[in-house]
Design a binder for this molecule. Structure first.
Ligand SMILES: [Zn+2]
Ligand SMILES: [Zn+2]
Length: 324
């Protein structure tokens, strides 16, 4: 089902099987004159996503000669079909940071870190199995790297690349100042909260995310085009809501550590409140346990940076958290 969301800009859904996000919003900016079309975000490397993507592309008559492809960030639900598109001859565009770190989310360093952060073997093993990249890009792909502030011209729009790290290491929004229109990727979503997960050791994904929220809070946006679910809404109100949500979550995590001195990141996740429908922590699907752990850890890392908790290691090498 194709919808026009702004002048020359259309969206079509790519269904994400077995995924709580349900649907990716793929976008097409129609070119004209000398301008090519721009396709934005393309779904997992799986048959259902590929078929939805092909249907959408056929409806617009997209070909490698008349279309470029942009990825807001490196997550598999946005870039999964990148290698296939490259094989067809499409020119691909992505922020330079996520291009370099595209396979990092479930790489072995993260998996090794999970046991240090108290994650039980059955969850780590399940994630190790899942990291086979079956739904991700089939190989590293050649693409044009974009930097913060670069401007892309498609279909009468002048789109400035706005680096917004946090949800991924090098997430990028695209902003047209005249039209006050922004492709927000997964940086700002309206009816769900973007997941903030683990970053490589020593990096602070939530701290980055909060800074990126502050960065876009000052940008006037009338038309916000997010990567998932509801399209449009009160952009600046939503940015403030997301900021407040994490401030509240930081307090919650800090209180859990205060009540359980020496708790692990995984233990903290079990005490935090989650919106998923499950009777107890044991009933959480394994990937949701992994997301919850990542979210808890990102809050603890930021609390540590703010000087509100400290991390120590037990004799067995597990990270323990204490309030300061
Ligand atoms: Zn994402
Ligand atoms: Zn996404």
């Amino acid at each position: 089902m194709i919808r026009e969301v702004a002048e020359n800009i259309y969206t079509f859904p790519i269904n994400l099987p077995h995924n709580p996000l349900k649907v990716l919003n793929s976008y097409v900016i129609k070119g004209g004159g000398d301008s090519k079309n721009l396709l934005i975000d393309v779904g997992f490397n799986c048959p259902r996503c590929r078929s939805d993507l092909k249907k959408g592309m056929e409806a617009f008559g997209l070909t490698p000669g008349n279309t470029d492809v942009f990825f807001t960030h490196g997550h598999a639900d946005h870039t999964g079909n990148a290698s296939w598109l490259k094989e067809q001859g499409y020119e691909l565009l992505i922020g330079e940071v996520d291009h370099k770190h595209i396979f990092r989310a479930t790489d072995s360093a993260h998996l090794d870190r999970m046991s240090r952060e108290g994650v039980p073997t059955e969850v780590t093993d399940a994630m190790r199995y899942r990291s086979k990249k079956e739904w991700m890009v089939s190989d590293d792909f050649a693409a044009t790297d974009l930097r913060d502030g670069e401007v892309l011209s498609y279909g009468g729009y002048k789109l400035r690349c706005v680096m917004t790290p946090g949800h991924s290491l090098g997430h990028m929004c695209l902003y047209d100042e005249d039209k006050q229109l922004m492709f927000t990727g997964d940086h700002v979503l309206f009816d769900i909260t973007p997941n903030i997960n683990v970053a490589p050791e020593g990096m602070d994904s939530l701290g980055n995310y909060m800074q990126s929220l502050e960065k876009v809070a000052h940008i006037p946006v009338k038309i916000a085009l997010p990567g998932h679910r509801q399209i449009g809404g009160d952009f600046s109100g939503r940015v403030h809501e997301l900021y407040q949500h994490h401030m509240d979550r930081l307090k919650e995590a800090e209180n859990i550590v205060r009540a359980h001195p020496g708790i692990s990141a995984y233990g903290t996740a079990q005490h935090m409140t989650w919106s998923i429908v499950a009777k107890s922590w044991d009933d959480f699907p394994v990937d949701q346990k992994w997301y919850a752990y990542g979210e808890a850890l990102s809050h603890l890392v930021y609390l540590e940076k703010l000087g509100r908790v400290r991390r120590a290691f037990s004799g067995s090498g597990t990270a323990e958290y204490y309030v300061l």
